[in-house]
Design a protein around this ligand. Structure first.
Ligand code: AHG
Ligand code: MN
Ligand code: MN
Length: 325
């Protein structure tokens, strides 16, 4: 019989060793419980008719799938119950949700990332990030740059793998066992060996990218494998293991100019900054279309979008130089 270290125990030790409060553990207990319930509903979704659309559109004007709404409800419930959260910012809620004014954290989340995979039961994700209140002075401020996150993570669903980055303490990946407990935390560092590096982007958008980005791809693409799952959670998940770069550039050359997206598609707070924080803690980097560090961008709107280039530091720096011409 081989008994494993649980991820919760690992977190407890980490908080103790760093002289930190247990509040973060109460919050993580809520986040991990929510992830288990999302996983459960996703597993059984096709039998319960949960894998279709609700008929509504969200703040982004996108079709809301039943699972988007179910996952959002689950996360809000457990965050509220934890009593640790001041505001929660969800992809599915127009305004930040006020939970407990005396709480300690701001939580940003995409309850279900990769909606186009839902009806195929293919991998989706639950992305989240945590910032801490300024316990001493006045502040609003749920609109924080990723640099101020204390943690960020991805649950890959239904795969059951959980990856968590802790501020200044690295990235840790853990797998779900048969009792739905996350066990065997292992540290992840982006590999330096270029042999495994991959490129991940929606290739059908390629001719809509700026000439600079298209030129970069023409030069780099022959040297790397190409992988695209259509869910940032899944695509970034494999990138963290193999290295390379995930990109969702600004769309600036669409044949129908109304379909250009100069701001990019992905949302800064609960998508781009989450993976940027994970990449940074694993030794990598992330920049936007202007070559600015994603972690330095302070959002002015909870649902602000950004272009995203994230992955192995050397490759992202090469792209940054190209973007800045
Ligand atoms: P969401 O399902 O939360 O709206 O996010 C979808 C995002 C992201 O997961 C993915 O990387 C990207 O959309 C895929 O976009 P394309 O279909 O344009 O490639
Ligand atoms: Mn998403
Ligand atoms: Mn989503």
């Amino acid at each position: 019989m081989k008994l494993e270290q649980t991820f919760t125990h690992f977190l407890l030790r980490h908080q103790e060793e760093h002289g930190r409060s247990y509040n973060f553990l109460l919050l993580m207990e809520a986040v991990m419980t929510a992830a288990k319930y999302i996983q459960h509903y996703y597993h059984t979704g096709s039998l319960k008719n949960l894998l279709g659309a609700t008929g509504d559109t969200n703040v982004q004007g996108e079709r809301v799938m039943t699972m988007d709404a179910v996952a959002n409800e689950i996360v809000l419930h457990y965050l509220r119950q934890s009593h640790q959260v001041v505001h929660a910012v969800s992809e599915e809620e127009r305004e930040p949700v006020l939970m407990n004014p005396a709480g300690r954290y701001y939580v940003y989340f995409d309850p279900l990332d990769g909606s186009s995979n839902i009806r195929h039961n293919l991998p989706v994700g639950f992305l989240f990030a945590v910032a801490k209140c300024n316990l001493k002075g006045d502040e609003d401020h749920h609109l924080r740059p990723g640099r101020e996150f204390r943690a960020a993570g991805i649950f890959l669903i239904p795969t059951g793998v959980f990856t968590l980055a802790l501020a200044d303490a690295g990235v840790w990946r853990s797998s779900m066992d048969e009792t739905m407990t996350w066990v065997r935390p292992e540290r992840l560092i982006l590999p330096e060996d270029r042999a495994d590096w991959e490129l991940s982007f929606n290739s059908s958008n390629r001719r809509t990218f700026s000439e600079r980005v298209q030129g970069w791809l023409d030069r780099q693409e022959p040297q790397h494998a190409f992988r695209y799952m259509g869910a940032l959670a899944g695509d970034f998940h494999r990138l963290l293991t193999n290295g390379g770069m995930f990109l969702y550039p600004a769309i600036v050359n669409h044949p129908d100019p109304k379909k250009n997206r100069p701001q990019g598609k992905l949302r800064l707070l609960y998508e781009a900054a989450v993976v940027a924080f994970l990449a940074h803690e694993a030794g990598g980097a992330a920049v936007d279309e202007q070559g600015r560090d994603i972690l330095d961008l302070t959002p002015t709107d909870p649902h602000q979008r950004t272009a995203l280039y994230v992955g192995s530091r050397e490759m992202v720096e090469d792209m940054r130089a190209c973007l800045r011409g």
